[in-house]
Write a protein that binds this ligand. Structure first.
Ligand code: IPE
Ligand code: IPE
Ligand code: MG
Length: 227
């Protein structure tokens, strides 16, 4: 099976429902979700995936209760710390996509440290979508081009001014928890992505579930409008 995508993007959904089913606070679901992130990164690395984009916090997620947001940001700081250590050892590179300037300073600091320390690593690239919104990303690209004095904008111009221009479009987008929508994720990059939806809640995601998604992907015919 050589039909393995270079870039997989995942909408990690269902932490809250996982916790609710166990009568636990939502944050317990997010904590377990962080373990699933770790497992998935390891599995992706073993499979030789080059890029893994993980949707961790959307621009719309600020509408959640403050307690949940604070808990998520705290968890993120802790995860970034462990990640930075492990990334060095395991040769992962970390990228962060989103409107960084709106993140709490503590998170921003961890992000910058993690991105800098892992910049030269050559293994799997983990692109964390954090305070990410795809419409905002496109508007940001257009505004950057306008500020450069561009009068006419091409598709290549937009692609070159997204948050991570060097990361290729994802061949495969996975969403867990049974929801079948993009929720403002990678609108531009997803033009020809294959979608895989699974009812599995994110905290239950693992190497076997990733393999199922890859098996489904391997059975798809990508036509790109051709015959
Ligand atoms: C995904 O899980 C994690 C984030 C959006 C941060 P949810 O928190 O959306 O879980 P559900 O959808 O409520 O189950
Ligand atoms: C999408 O999940 C965002 C992340 C997984 C980070 P949401 O749970 O926020 O999406 P909706 O609200 O169900 O569309
Ligand atoms: Mg959700």
């Amino acid at each position: 099976m050589n039909n393995i995508p270079q870039h997989i993007a995942i909408i990690m959904d269902g932490n809250g429902r996982w916790a609710k089913a166990r009568r636990l606070p939502r944050l317990a679901g997010h904590r377990e979700g962080a373990n699933a992130v770790k497992r998935t990164i390891e599995a992706a690395q073993k499979l030789g995936i080059k890029y893994l984009t993980l949707y961790a916090f959307s621009t719309e997620n600020w509408s959640r209760p403050k307690e949940e947001i604070d808990g998520l940001m705290d968890l993120l700081c802790k995860t970034l710390d462990t990640y930075t250590g492990e990334a060095q050892q395991k040769n992962f590179r970390l990228l962060v996509s989103g409107a960084r300037e709106e993140l709490p300073p503590a998170v921003l600091e961890k992000i910058e440290k993690a991105v800098q320390t892992t910049a030269a690593n050559t293994g799997l690239t983990v692109n964390l979508a954090l305070n990410y919104g795809a419409r905002q990303e496109i508007v940001h690209a257009v505004n950057t081009l306008l500020a450069q004095g561009k009068k006419l904008i091409s598709m290549d111009d937009i692609s070159a001014h997204l948050y991570q221009p060097a990361v290729p479009d994802p061949e495969l987008i996975i969403r867990t928890s049974g929801e079948e929508r993009l929720s403002n994720f990678l609108l531009w990059q997803a033009a020809y992505s294959e979608f895989y939806f699974t009812p599995v809640l994110w905290p239950d995601f693992n190497a076997d579930e990733l393999q199922k998604a890859l098996d489904a992907y391997a059975g798809r015919t990508r036509r790109f409008g051709g015959v």
